[in-house]
Design a protein. Structure first.
Length: 64
């Protein structure tokens, strides 16, 4: 739902990037930070998680 306002190429590229991250880091935990307009990937670090990377399509998809 987060990417629904984005053009199809942005959704496709975002999906490809998410796949690359999952392939590189199989234990990645993905979550959407809607307020920041980010798709974040964290990795387990003991009982917590550590911020690993993010996808931020906001400039292309608008901020409405």
């Amino acid at each position: 739902m987060f990417l629904v306002a984005c053009p199809e190429p942005v959704r496709r590229i975002s999906g490809t990037l998410r796949g690359i991250v999952t392939q590189a880091m199989p234990d990645v935990i993905e979550r959407v930070r809607a307020g920041w307009r980010l798709i974040c990937q964290d990795v387990p670090a003991g009982r917590r998680t550590s911020y690993f990377c993010y996808i931020a399509p906001e400039a292309i998809c608008g901020s409405s």
